[in-house]
Design a protein around this ligand. Sequence first.
Ligand SMILES: C[S@@+](CC[C@H](N)C(=O)[O-])C[C@H]1O[C@@H](n2cnc3c(N)ncnc32)[C@H](O)[C@@H]1O
Ligand code: SF4
Length: 443
Amino acid sequence: MNSNVDLFSARVPRYTSYPTAPHFHAGIGQNELKQWLAGLPTGLPLSLYVHIPFCDTLCWFCGCHTTVVNRYSPVSSYLNDLFTEIANIGPYLKGHPVTHLHWGGGSPTMLTPDDVRNLKGALTRHFEFAPDAEFAVEIDPRGLKDDLIATLGECGLTRASIGVQDFAPQVQKAINRIQPFDETKRVVDALRAAGVASLNIDLIYGLPYQTRENVARTIELSLSLKPQRFAVFGYAHVPHFKKHMQLIKTETLPDAAERFAQFELAHSLISAAGYAAIGLDHFALPDDSLAVAAKAGTLARNFQGYTSDDAPALIGLGASSISALPQGYVQNKPEVPEWRKAIEVGELPVARGIALSDEDKLRRAIIEKLMCFLEVDLARFGKTPEDFPREMEALAPLMAEGFVVRNGTVLSVPASARAAVRLVASVFDTYLATSKAVHAVAV
Ligand SMILES: C[S@@+](CC[C@H](N)C(=O)[O-])C[C@H]1O[C@@H](n2cnc3c(N)ncnc32)[C@H](O)[C@@H]1O
Ligand code: SF4
């Protein structure tokens, strides 16, 4: 296991996109986005992501794009601009059914019930929702009020993605996130009573003071809530990039061997409870749409992680959000004041992006297949491993460790080595060598 730990300590991207966000550049702006939107074939399904970059307290482990506010006025003025952004982009997307809507953050549960209705109403007016569209929202259960839960139910919420991380008091104290189990259970019960059929629980391993015992107890408690899905992320500690992470002392973090053991333990406990393992870090009950998509070969990966949403275009709304289109990616201006300024003069608030070459599209498809299915058949793209001599050379040490196996034109990561899938995928990333970005460790 020691040599494995060395390999697992390599820093590689999470591949929620390819090329990854550090390679987006200012040469792509609103004009390119407008051309790309105009080039979408009529009727092409869309997925919408809405970013709410506010929280009422800061969790010290948080890697999301968010700001802590202690008044509601910044949130309401953000929403006013978001309504304008929605009205500005809506006309470019006529004739495209929206099949998925996801609100993330930050904490969308910062919104008042009236603003939840207003935001859902604005989206419904300016976009054409498919009758069976999914509607998912990221939920911070702490202090969540019953009237907000009822409103989310009335607005047609189909899936609640609930942040848990770890239930151990010592870990919660060290990440500045006190969240008792009873409070989480109250929210879970209320969401179900409000008609929300599908629940996802987010957990993290590798947190300060976390042990395998904590992980096992957190999973036991979480299983008692009977979620349809789990996401189990490795804590990405990047204190040079997210300064508040300096509040977490490096010496309180589990080392690489312990992280790996926690990952394996989480995996075996959740799988033993009847959940199918999906890709690197998701789990779903066998009848859940994520598990069904994984079985059918239609599973996809986007900025929210794994999804059964195979809409070919994802439109991001709100500061810092990213849109993924068949032609390339664009990211909105990350800081609210710049994002607002662009919207107020009627622009689409794009900061940067990247147009995909044919080579990028091929590598994006290979990396997505590996991340989703732990396997890629290069013949699907009219290629063989011999067409990738540099990559095959880089894969040799990973093959020697049993992290990847070649069978004809098929490269696969054995299920027992799924922790290595980002490393295997990274071999096909031609941008990585030139990247100045510092990524979190692979496991
Ligand atoms: C936008 S956040 C959470 C939504 C909501 N604000 C909450 O805290 O419950 C989505 C998820 O990202 C994960 N996450 C955030 N920062 C992370 C980090 N540094 N490393 C790994 N996972 C992280 C957490 O599991 C979190 O629940
Ligand atoms: S984890 Fe959630 S609640 Fe905590 S700071 Fe990040 S986005 Fe906000």
